[in-house]
Every structure is written in C-alpha cells, then in structure tokens.
Design a protein around this ligand. Sequence first.
Ligand SMILES: [Zn+2]
Length: 91
Amino acid sequence: MNGDHIRNTGAMMRSRRCGAWTRSGATCRAPAVHGKTRCRMHGGAWRSGPPKGNQNARKHGAFAQDQIAERRAIRALLDEARKLLVEMNSD
Ligand SMILES: [Zn+2]
C-alpha cells in the first residue's frame, strides 16, 4: 500500500465493540458481530446462542410483554369503574 493514501476508518472505528472481559483483565476491543453484542470469539459467532423464541428459561411468563399489557388494561378498566362508582355515590 502506498504511503500517501488516507484510509477512511471512521465507520470501522465507530462500530460497536465486543466488551467481553478477557484473561488479561481488559475488555475485548474486537468489533461486535452485526446485530449482536459480542465479537465472533466471544459468543457472537453465526448460529451461536439460543434460537429465536427460545422458551428454555421460561418459568411463569408473568413478565412477558403481552401479559404486562393485559394487566395494565385490566387495571385501567377497574380504575374507571371505581371512578364511576364514586361519581354515582356523590349525588
Ligand atoms: Zn470479544
């Protein structure tokens, strides 16, 4: 490579780093695999990790997003009913 060529490494330098702790005590500075938080050496390799929709760690689902939304809707409905009862009793 000739010496007067200015290399554009901005995008490369800005990419997300792996950050895994290494045996030397510092964090890994290798770029993370696209769409993952770790580099190819630290668990970001293709097809590594759990499959999409993995349920292996599921215990009860009480914190699943759809259930949280359902509880919120029920709470709002009860709140409205309570307000209505207060209004009916106030006259
Ligand atoms: Zn790494």
